[in-house]
Design a protein around this ligand. Structure first.
Ligand code: DGL
Length: 271
């Protein structure tokens, strides 16, 4: 039954149909990187909703209204084979609404609490995300199901999101700013931290310095494997086609354009 469904899907997918990556900013690159390593021939449309950045300080109502509508328009325009909401804030708030609105598979990014609980010896784990993500019932549910015997420290930081954007814009990052942003998580016995915002793996080195001895859990590689499984057997364009990067508001400066190019995305256009 399952292989029949896969065969039918594969036959229907147009080889040039892209994978649509969506985030408020550059955070989606932390999911795009491992995805491109597994699926180098996949055409990519990367959309940064810079007009509404940052998402993490917005209300649930704003995100729930904006994200499905925008993804609906993008799907009509680009006809992707699959959409990746490469943003924990949008996923933990709007994933069911996006799935209901689109007729393609939608992959979300939600805090990797389960692997964190499996790896923690101290039984104190951190969830480092945006302010909006860490207050979601979705996170309560994951903590209850997978980390019931752990103390789960939650911390939301808009500052770290801004620092990740600044790093990719070519600015020097002050280690003291990173240390101040994660200070509420220190001195509490935490040995594993979930990077529950896709921007934060872009600061992995800086976070390792600020949180020595704390293992970071990045959900990106697992999401990439899921995308590869969902597109298994599907055709890809031969020869590979170009990619598109779209910013809904303010566009990227020259350093950020280079950062996108270093992920193989050189063609930058505005919506
Ligand atoms: N990258 C996004 C996330 O994973 C949010 C960053 C923001 O816009 O606040 O939550």
């Amino acid at each position: 039954m399952r292989s029949h469904a896969t065969t039918v899907t594969s036959r229907l997918v147009n080889a040039s149909a892209p994978l649509l990556f969506f985030d408020s900013g550059v955070g989606g690159l932390s999911v795009l990187g491992p995805t491109r390593a597994l699926l180098p021939a996949a055409p990519i449309v990367y959309v940064a909703d810079s007009a509404a950045f940052p998402y993490g300080t917005r209300s649930e109502a704003e995100i729930a209204a904006r994200v499905p509508a925008l993804l609906g328009r993008l799907t009509e325009r680009f006809r992707p084979r699959l959409a990746v909401i490469a943003c924990n804030t949008a996923s933990t708030i709007a994933l069911p609404f996006v799935r209901a609105a689109l007729d393609i598979p939608v992959v979300g990014t939600v805090p990797a609490i389960k692997p964190a609980a499996e790896r923690s010896r101290s039984r104190v784990i951190g969830v480092l995300g945006t302010e909006a993500t860490v207050r979601q019932p979705y996170v309560d549910d994951l903590a209850m199901r997978f980390a019931a015997d752990c103390t789960v420290l939650r911390h939301g930081s808009a500052e770290l999101v801004a620092l990740a954007e600044a790093k990719l814009a070519g600015e020097a990052i002050d280690p003291a700013a990173i240390a101040a942003a994660v200070a509420p998580l220190t001195g509490r016995g935490m040995d594993v931290v979930v990077l529950a915002c896709t921007h934060f793996p872009l600061l992995a080195d800086e976070l390792a310095e600020a949180l020595p001895g704390v293992e970071q859990i990045d959900g990106g590689p697992g999401i990439a494997r899921r995308i590869a499984r969902l597109t298994e057997g599907q055709p890809w364009p031969e020869p590979p086609v170009g990619h598109i990067v779209l910013f809904t508001g303010a566009g990227p400066g020259p350093h950020m354009v280079e950062a996108f190019a270093s992920y193989g995305l050189g063609d930058v256009r505005h919506v």
